[in-house]
Design a protein around this ligand. Structure first.
Ligand code: 8X3
Length: 255
C-alpha cells in the first residue's frame, strides 16, 4: 500500500457530502489538503476542524467549478508549497429535478452540465499540466451508477455522469505515458444532501432512501482512499458501490 502521508490532495465540493468525507478520510491518512467549495465559510470551518483533529495542513479556496476564470486564477495563485498537487478528487456535482424529459426544466440542465461535466473538465485542465511536469498524479472522478445505466426521468443527469465515465477513460489513454492514474468511483444511493438538492423537497428526498440503508459519504471516501493508496504498479480504473439492498439504479429491495 502506498502511503498518503504528506501527499497533497485537491478536493472540489468539499463543504459537504462525499467531498467532505473524502477530506476527513485523507486527513486521517496524513495527507495535506486543498479543499474548495462555493461556500467559503463552511469550507473554512471544515478546514479548521480537520487541522485540529488530524494536525495536517489544509488550504481553502472559494471556488465555483463552473467558472473557468476563477479556477485558472485560483490554481495559478496557489502558494509554492501547495502547487505540487498529487491527487485531484473531482467531486463537485449535483442533480436538479427528476421529471420526464418533456416536463423537465432546462435551467437545471445548464447547472448539471456546467458543474458535472464542464466543471470537472476545467478543474482537471488547470491541474493536470503540473502533474505532467512533476511526472506524477492521480485523478479520481466521482461518477455515479447513473454513468453506467440510464434511467427514466434522468436523461440529463445520466448524460452528465456518462460523460464523466467517457472523460475518465479518454483521459487515461491521453496520459498513459505520463505516470498519471485516472480512476472513477461510481456510487448508487448515498444519503447526503444530494436528493434534497435534486428535489428541493425534504419529504421526497427522504423517500429515496426509505426502507433500506443507503451508503454514506464515508463509504465512498473509503473507496476513494483505497483507490489512491494502491502500490505504484496498480490502477483502479473504476469501482461501483451500491447499497446492499440496491441491485441497479432502479431496482432496490425495501422493507
Ligand atoms: C446519484 C445516484 O441513482 O440517484 O449519483 O443517480 S442516482
Amino acid at each position: 500500500m502506498e502511503s498518503l502521508k504528506g501527499k497533497i490532495v485537491f478536493i472540489t465540493g468539499a463543504s459537504s457530502g462525499i467531498g467532505k468525507s473524502c477530506a476527513y478520510a485523507f486527513a486521517a491518512k496524513g495527507a495535506n489538503l486543498v479543499i474548495s467549495a462555493r461556500r467559503e465559510k463552511i469550507v473554512e470551518e471544515v478546514a479548521k476542524d480537520i487541522r485540529e483533529k488530524f494536525g495536517v495542513k489544509v488550504y481553502t479556496i472559494k471556488l465555483d467549478v463552473r467558472n473557468r476564470e476563477e479556477i485558472t486564477k485560483a490554481v495559478s495563485a496557489l502558494p509554492d508549497e501547495w502547487k505540487g498537487i498529487d491527487i485531484l478528487i473531482n467531486n463537485a456535482g449535483l442533480a436538479r429535478g427528476m421529471d420526464k424529459f418533456y416536463d423537465d426544466d432546462p435551467n437545471g440542465w445548464d447547472e448539471m452540465i456546467d458543474t458535472n461535466v464542464k466543471g470537472l473538465l476545467f478543474v482537471t485542465h488547470a491541474i493536470l499540466p503540473g502533474m505532467i511536469e512533476r511526472k506524477f498524479g492521480h485523478i479520481i472522478n466521482i461518477g455515479s451508477i447513473a454513468g453506467r445505466e440510464a434511467y427514466p426521468k434522468g436523461a440529463v443527469y445520466c448524460a452528465t455522469k456518462h460523460a464523466v465515465d467517457a472523460i475518465t477513460r479518454s483521459l487515461r489513454m491521453d496520459t498513459i505515458d505520463k505516470n498519471i492514474l485516472v480512476s472513477t468511483i461510481d456510487a448508487g444511493m448515498v444519503e447526503t444532501n444530494f436528493s434534497n438538492i435534486r428535489f428541493g423537497d425534504p419529504e421526497k428526498a427522504k423517500n429515496v432512501y426509505k426502507g433500506l440503508t443507503p451508503l454514506t459519504g464515508d463509504d465512498i471516501a473509503d473507496a476513494v482512499v483505497f483507490c489512491a493508496s494502491r502500490p505504484a504498479h496498480v490502477n483502479i480504473a473504476e469501482i461501483t458501490l451500491l447499497a446492499a439492498r440496491q441491485a441497479s439504479a432502479t431496482i432496490s429491495y425495501r422493507e
